[in-house]
Design a protein around this ligand. Sequence first.
Ligand code: 13P
Ligand code: 13P
Ligand code: MG
Ligand code: MG
Length: 361
Amino acid sequence: MGKITVTVIKADVGGFVGHSSVHEELLATAREQLAKSPLLVDFHVTHVGDDINLIMTHRQGVDSEEIHKLAWDTFVACTEVAKKLKLYGAGQDLLADAFSGNVKGLGPGIAEMEFFERTSEPIIVFAADKTEPGAWNLPLYKMFADPFNTIGLVIDPKMHEGFKFEVLDLLENKKIIFNTPEDLYDLLVFIGAPGRYCVKSVYTKAGEIAATSSTQRLNLMAGRYIGKDDPVLIVRCQSGLPAVGEALEPFARPHLVSGWMRGSHSGPLMPVSVADATPSRFDGPPRVIALGFQLADGKLIGPQDFFADKAYDRAREMALMIADYMRSLGPFEPHRLHLEEMEYTTLPLVLEKLKDRFVKA
Ligand code: 13P
Ligand code: 13P
Ligand code: MG
Ligand code: MG
């Protein structure tokens, strides 16, 4: 059999209630739409916070117009339901009036990869709400380049050579490949600034795809505040790639990400089950879910809801402690994002209003 493609496309087309979750009727609509398609080998519809995630397998390759249109039409159908229920921000992420060839640039986030399915093909789909694509930088670094996280880098001869990181400059629209461990320090200079540089994909040294993320920044595309991008990430595991537990391990210590309330705050990324993926406090804290699947001739066997595991209870405790502390700073940086980031939210509107009151000092 030929290659299989795993495509994850996500969008917020209306929140229930506010920006906290997705109404069951929208998820049902998405499932109905995808079930009608003859193109899909399999699919799984889920949500994290107010974002719907369409996890699809097919044999059309990446950037397939048909698959992208299927996702677009599905989100349009969900938007109709969201409008009927008067959900919050109905159609929020659909920036264009109509579909034109590829969902990239139209609002929905997309991560997809094509590969020959191995004898056993474990994959994890991570999805986050109330944050931005750069949120994956730190976990991807740990999974694929940090021997304190991934012992396989040290003791598995199949991983010893290291990996290749493809990094995007989201402001300049450029990309660069870093080889690890050789370019480790160069890599970190850039991906330590996740608001601008973000890891798009990770490859083995032989060029096999290992991980890929969604990297669009809605506010840069729309030129105004829409919401955060709430990114997704696909990671292949085992047999020369990080073990499932190595791919999950970075989330045991919640890192600070940009997003949270009004997309304008820094807060801990809290790992949760799908059932707990309902940001509430100050519209957060930001959440991440991890769904594991075994592929079987393209069928998605699963999901395994990894962060439902008790082993992540402490991470949640820690995230809540960090959330308490960060919240205590109120409107002050670094809880509130620094000015450069605020330029992509609602700050310019406030500045515009006050511009005549600024006089020479
Ligand atoms: P693999 O080499 O099959 O990935 O085994 C490693 C493992 O499962 C350790 O947790
Ligand atoms: P979303 O990006 O998840 O829609 O959240 C927007 C927001 O402003 C939350 O306070
Ligand atoms: Mg929303
Ligand atoms: Mg969201």
